[in-house]
Design a protein around this ligand. Sequence first.
Ligand SMILES: Cc1cc2nc3c(=O)[nH]c(=O)nc-3n(C[C@H](O)[C@H](O)[C@H](O)COP(=O)(O)OP(=O)(O)OC[C@H]3O[C@@H](n4cnc5c(N)ncnc54)[C@H](O)[C@@H]3O)c2cc1C
Length: 383
Amino acid sequence: MAEQNPSLKIAILEKAKEGLQKVKISGGGRCNVTHAEFIPQELVTNYPRGEKELLGPFHQFMTGDTIEWFEKRGVELKIEDDGRMFPITDSSKTIVDCFLNEAKKHHVEVFYSKNVSKIIPTDNLGFELEAKDEKFSCKKLLIATGSSVKFWKLLENLGHTIVNPVPSLFTFNIKDNRIKDIPGVVAQQVSVKVLGTDLFSEGPLLITHVGMSAPAILKLSAFGAVELAKRNYLFDIEINFINDTYENCLNKIKLFKHDLAKKLVLKSAQFYLPKRLWKQLVLAADIETEARWADLNKSQLEGLAAQLTQAVFHVSGKSTFKDEFVTAGGVDLKEVNFKTFESKLFPNLYFAGEVLNIDAVTGGFNFQNAWTGAYISAKAIAK
Ligand SMILES: Cc1cc2nc3c(=O)[nH]c(=O)nc-3n(C[C@H](O)[C@H](O)[C@H](O)COP(=O)(O)OP(=O)(O)OC[C@H]3O[C@@H](n4cnc5c(N)ncnc54)[C@H](O)[C@@H]3O)c2cc1C
C-alpha cells in the first residue's frame, strides 16, 4: 500500500508487544509461506470455506506472485516434495524480518500494545478506533485480526454477520488396540470415510501416541470442521489401508494362501504396508501369531480383507496439530466484495486473512489467503 501510494499515512495497530507472532511459530518455526500450485482453479479446491470467493482474487494475486514478491525483497523460497514452500533459510525469522523491514522502509508506523476495543464509523465514512484510553482515526480501515473472538464480537455489533467459529486442522483421538503400540507408523496411501456423512479423503496417514494424523486426517478435519463440531468430535471412521476394493483384496489374499503357503502371515507384510501396521491388522483379524498362510480359513481370509479395506475406528475427540491450525468461521463472505476485499456494508472497511470465513487444508494455503487478501485490499486502498 505504502509502496503503491507513498502519499498515504499508514499505521498498524497491534494488540501484542510484538507483531507477526503466528508467522514466527508457523510451519514448526520454518513458515510454510505458500504452496506450489499455480492454477487458480486447482488452488481454490484446498479451501473448504472460500473456494468460490477466492477464484477471482487468485487471478489477481496468487502463488507465483507471492514467490515474486518475496524474491524482489531478497527472500528466496524453495519447494518441498509435497509442494509446500518455505524460505531457503528454513527459518520463519526471514519472513518476519522481511515484513518488518518493508514497513520501516516505507515509513509505516507500527503501534504495539494497542488492543482495539471499539470501532466507531464516523460521518465522513471513516472510522474512529479506541484502544484503552487512546483514540485513532482513519479514512480507510483494514481489519486483519485473525481468529479473534473478541474482534468478531465488535464486528457483529457493527452489523456484520459472523459465521460461528469452530476449529479446523486437528488430529483425531483414537483409543484402539490396533494402533496403541505403533506410534510413528505411516501408511502412505489410504482413504478414510467418516461414517454417516459424505466426508471422504485420501493421502498419507500417521499413527500418533493419541490417534491419527497426517493429510488423510487433516483434510477431513478441515472439510468436516462444521459437521464434526456438531458431533462433538465423536464419530466412526472407516479406513481403507490399501486403496483397493474388499473383493480385489480378498482375491489377492486367496492367492497368497496358495503362493506363500508355508510363510508366517504375521511376518509377510503385503500391499507395501509397514510391517508393524500389518502385524496389528493380522492380529485384529483373529489370526494367531504362528499361523501360516495355508492355515487360514475362510473367515480369517475375509476378516483380514476387511481389516485392510474397511477397518472401522471410533474417534473420541481431537488434538491440536502442532504445525498449523486455523479457525473456520468469521465474517460472512456474502458481505464482502471480493474484487477489493471491501465490506459491502461499510465503504472504506476492508478485511484480509482469517478474520473472514475462509480457511484451508494444511500446506501453506492459509497464508496464501492472507497474502492475497492483504495485497488486493492494499491495492484498492492505495488507489
Ligand atoms: C501453530 C500454527 C502454525 C501455522 N503454520 C502455518 C503455516 O506454516 N502455513 C500456513 O499457511 N498457515 C499456517 N498457520 C495458519 C496461519 O498462521 C493463519 O492462517 C494466518 O496467520 C492468518 O493471518 P491473519 O493475519 O489473518 O491473522 P493472525 O496471523 O492471527 O494475525 C492477527 C493479528 O491481529 C492482532 N489482533 C487481534 N485482535 C486485535 C485487536 N483487538 N487489536 C489489535 N490487534 C489485534 C493479533 O495480535 C495478531 O497479531 C498456522 C497457524 C498456527 C496456529
